[in-house]
Design a protein around this ligand. Structure first.
Ligand code: GLN
Length: 457
């Protein structure tokens, strides 16, 4: 099929699935069709790029020129950026075709995609009794679009697990590279030192291709890495024989369903059978990761979100003077969870509490990094579950922030340390719901992550 036919079909499929999934926040048919036409012209000249003609869904956190970009927040309603994010530009430079924007938790804060201003996204997988389930979050719309076969791949961002947890909940592959491997420029900031743009895909090899096509140095992002990007796709075909796989005892948490433990054990057995050496390891500071994350992330968010003052972008609610305009704009524009994060963030950064909270959390962060450094002297990759449960029903945790935050228990460590991590599908539980396994490697070693990921597929 031509890129034009593919784009047309993909648009129609997304539109007809929208009622059931509520995964999309914006389309721009003229843009999609123009990009598909340009792709066909390149193909006719024999010039196809890595993603030539592939329809791609974009989390609403990424600026796409001329297309509504709101981070699923009312405060950005109506904002159409006059510029393109670096990551999406790289995908287009590789021949990708813009298909749609996808829903997310507001400003990427959440684990269930229930805080979007366009309402919850429905996981294409249903519960045993037909319950509607969350696709996970915050990149739930992107995970859903890939899981429902509506696009070739999708962007996500992972600040504490927002690619890996929804990948696990939807039976897709979710990848984040080393911090700085993919540019943050033009991706709306949540917590800048933790934000990692990355892809969702159906297979590990597709995930490698999509990460490849969005990686590389970007002078517009001061934390972008200057390093050469290795051939991630080639890494998917390599043998795992002789690789040392670490199994951290601290990831065996109370209350984790037996089936997750079993899926983990199964993964260990497979890798052993393929010639890996399994090594018991310890990451002793793991138990402090979640509290540290929920200090560092809100602290950075409170600073990043200060820019939404009703003057520069999106919505404005006029007050009697400037201060009241700020207050009214922010009070009505931000949802409850975002307001909670801003309050926590400003509190932990305030003069009286900075040392007790923020500074301590930074020290924990260093300890977590050291845990990984020590582990990677002994092993090449670490295998853990991606999330402590399978997808849960909509609404079941939305009134309990702590229960929601606990979803991130296995994923936040890799963000705090900036090391690559991915989730690969690991079979189904007794209710027929997908589970995921996480592979973590040392900084800049995405290749080993993809080698192990492909072996587990
Ligand atoms: N669930 C985590 C949070 O709410 C992670 C979100 C993310 O990775 N963007 O902060």
């Amino acid at each position: 099929v031509s890129a034009t036919e593919l784009a047309k079909e993909a648009l129609a499929a997304c539109r007809s699935a929208q009622g059931a999934l509520n995964a999309f926040t914006a389309f721009d048919e003229a843009k999609t069709m123009a990009m598909a036409k340009a792709s066909d012209e390149r193909l006719a000249r024999g010039e196809g790029g890595l993603l030539e003609g592939a329809p791609l869904a974009i989390k609403d956190l990424f600026a796409v020129e001329g297309v509504s970009t709101t981070a699923s927040s009312n405060i950005l309603k109506g904002f159409k950026p006059p510029y393109e994010s670096s990551v999406t530009q790289s995908w287009w430079d590789n021949g990708g075709v813009f298909l749609c924007k996808t829903s997310m938790d507001e400003f990427a804060m959440g684990s269930s995609n229930e805080t979007s201003n366009t309402g919850p996204v429905n996981n294409p997988w249903k519960g045993a009794k037909g319950e509607t389930l969350t696709p996970g979050g915050s990149s739930g719309g992107s995970a859903t679009a890939v899981a429902a076969d509506l696009c070739f791949g999708a962007t996500g961002t992972d600040t504490g697990g927002s690619i890996r947890q929804p990948a696990s909940f939807t039976g897709t592959v979710g990848v984040k590279g080393t911090y700085g491997r993919t540019s943050r420029w033009g991706a709306i900031a949540f917590a800048s030192s933790l934000d990692h743009p990355g892809p969702f895909a159906k297979t590990v090899k597709d995930g490698a291709m999509l990460l490849q096509a969005m990686s590389g140095h970007d002078p517009k992002d001061s934390t972008s890495l200057p390093n050469e990007v290795p051939d991630f796709v080639a890494a998917c075909g390599r043998s795992v024989k002789g690789l040392r796989i670490g199994v951290p005892k601290e990831y065996r948490v109370d209350g984790m369903p037996d089936e997750i433990e079993q899926a983990w054990q199964q993964g260990i057995e497979w890798l052993k059978a393929a010639g890996c050496e399994i090594v018991d390891i310890s990451l002793p500071h793991t138990k402090y990761a979640l509290p540290a994350y929920y200090i560092v992330a809100p602290a950075e968010a409170s600073s990043n979100l200060a820019r939404y003052d009703g003057m520069r972008y999106g919505n404005r609610v006029e007050g009697k003077d400037l201060t009241e305009t700020y207050e009214k704009t922010r009070a009505s524009g931000f949802g409850t969870e975002v307001q909670r994060r801003i309050m926590i963030g400003t509190y932990v950064l305030s003069a009286g509490y900075y040392d007790a909270y923020y500074l301590r959390a930074l020290k924990v962060r260093t300890r977590i990094l050291q845990d990984f450094d020590q582990a990677f002297e002994k092993v090449d990759a670490i295998l853990t579950p991606s999330a402590p449960s399978a997808a849960f029903p909509l609404g079941s945790k939305s009134n309990d922030p702590i229960a929601m935050y606990l979803n991130d228990v296995f994923t936040v460590t890799a963000n705090l340390a900036g090391v690559p991590a991915m989730s690969v599908p690991a079979g189904l539980d007794k209710d027929g719901l997908p589970l995921g396994l996480q592979i973590i490697t040392k900084a800049l070693d995405e290749e080993t992550m993809f080698t192990v990921g492909a072996a587990l597929e």
